[in-house]
Ligand binder design. Structure first.
Ligand SMILES: [Zn+2]
Ligand SMILES: [Zn+2]
Length: 161
């Protein structure tokens, strides 16, 4: 992990890499966080993926519908970086990540009260059920671990992206 971080730091001096508990990109602080102790293949893929978000200057506040597009773009960028560093990212892994991500987006759009599929509000933070009018909040930060919160929530969804 350290070698790849050093290489990326040398090649992209503008990017800031910070040791953390997980892999994620913070558009607020312009930092890429990475797990220091992770050393398997998938850790390298995650690091390249988050670097992809950073290079594409992805922003935090977006409609859910735009998020999946950014995920696809970040993986495409990660694959480009992979060619440069001789790291082949498994297509299966990418598919699995995107599927999990779509699932997560779908679940957070489901009303916690009556299970209707609902529409995201213009602030990108709230969903409102047109059936029972329950309003719930979703995380504003797509790059951090996200939790869905309402008073009546039963299934908290979390996902590192
Ligand atoms: Zn409802
Ligand atoms: Zn991502």
């Amino acid at each position: 992990m350290d070698d790849l971080v050093l290489q990326l730091t040398a090649d992209f001096p503008k990017l800031k890499f910070q040791p953390g508990n997980d892999f994620y990109w913070s558009s607020k602080t312009n930092e890429i966080f990475y797990k220091v102790k992770a050393s398997n293949k998938q850790a390298a893929w995650s690091l390249l993926h988050e670097t992809g978000h950073a290079l594409l200057e992805h922003k935090t506040y977006q409609a859910d519908i735009a998020l999946i597009k950014m995920e696809v773009e970040a993986w495409a960028e990660a694959k480009k970086l992979g060619l440069k560093y001789n790291i082949k990212i498994g297509e299966d892994h990418i598919d699995k990540c995107l599927d999990t991500y779509r699932d997560w987006l779908y679940k957070r759009s489901i009303c916690p009260n009556c299970n209707s599929k609902s529409i995201q509000q213009n602030d990108f933070i709230h969903y409102r059920c047109f059936n029972c009018h329950t309003v719930w909040k979703v995380s504003t930060s797509r790059f951090c671990r996200s939790y869905r919160s309402t008073k009546s929530i039963k299934q908290n969804q979390s996902l590192a992206i």
